[in-house]
Every structure is written in structure tokens, then in C-alpha cells.
Design a protein around this ligand. Structure first.
Ligand SMILES: [Zn+2]
Length: 144
């Protein structure tokens, strides 16, 4: 089965050799050090910095979260089988807050939970290609 990333510009590369999911890529301002995700061409905080590509950390902590109980407005596309409620929120990666899908069970989700980058199926293209988006899952001992 073929698959593709929902937006290549958000990621460093398709997949690394060791099977790790592709890392997220943001941008960092040379003037004030502000890190943004997704990438921007200009700094939101100052006017004299140059934005350079910045590969983001893969681990962070849940900063806030909510339950997406109903389907969001387009461009959201429901997965095969229809919309199911999911968690969404912000993950604190230390240098930047990233809004992301949280692949964390209801019983586990809490502010401060250590999480790690992963990819999850978002929906299927008309030709059957599985479209993957980034998400964060619980970081557990003994797992990478
Ligand atoms: Zn700046």
C-alpha cells in the first residue's frame, strides 16, 4: 500500500533509515532566536532576522489539549470509516509550541504528559493512497 505525507514542507525527509518517523521542520530567526512552526519567511517578533530551517525536537510535553468531538471544517477530511473523536492540542517542544493531533488515550491524556513525534493515517486519497499526518503519542519507557 502506498502512502504519502500530508504536506512535505512540514517534514525533514520522507523517512530515516532506522525507521523513525520523519522529523518536523520549522524555522528559526537569526535575529531574536524565535522558532516557528510551520515555516515562515519572516519573524513574528522582530523585523531584522533571517529565518533559517530548523529541525524540531521529537520529544516534548502536552501543553494543552481538547477533545475534537465533531468533524472540523474543511480542509479536514474524515478518515476511512468516518470521523471519530480525537484529541488535539499543543505540544511544548522546549523552543516552540506545536499544534498537533494527540494519539493519546483518554485515560492517559493530561497536561505535562511526555510525548513523542509519530505519524498517523489522516485519510485516503481517491486513488487509495494513505495520507499520513504528524501526531504525538505517549513516550513510554522501552519504546522509541
Ligand atoms: Zn526575530
Amino acid at each position: 500500500m502506498t502512502s504519502r505525507l500530508i504536506d512535505e514542507s512540514l517534514f525533514e525527509s520522507r523517512e530515516s533509515a532506522d525507521g523513525e518517523p520523519p522529523r518536523l521542520v520549522g524555522a528559526r530567526c537569526s535575529g531574536c532566536g524565535t522558532v516557528v512552526f510551520p515555516r515562515q519567511d519572516s519573524c513574528p517578533r522582530c523585523s531584522d532576522g533571517v529565518m533559517a530551517v530548523r529541525v524540531l525536537p521529537v520529544s516534548g510535553r502536552v501543553w494543552s489539549w481538547t477533545l475534537q468531538a465533531f468533524p472540523p471544517k474543511p480542509p479536514y477530511r474524515a478518515p476511512v470509516g468516518g470521523h471519530r473523536p480525537y484529541h488535539v492540542g499543543y505540544v511544548d517542544l522546549g523552543e516552540v509550541l506545536v499544534e498537533a493531533l494527540l494519539a493519546v488515550p483518554r485515560a492517559e491524556i493530561r497536561i505535562g504528559l511526555p510525548v513523542r513525534l509519530t505519524t498517523v493515517p489522516a485519510y485516503r486519497d481517491e486513488d487509495g493512497t494513505e495520507v499520513l499526518t504528524f501526531a504525538f503519542r505517549p513516550e513510554r519507557d522501552g519504546e522509541r
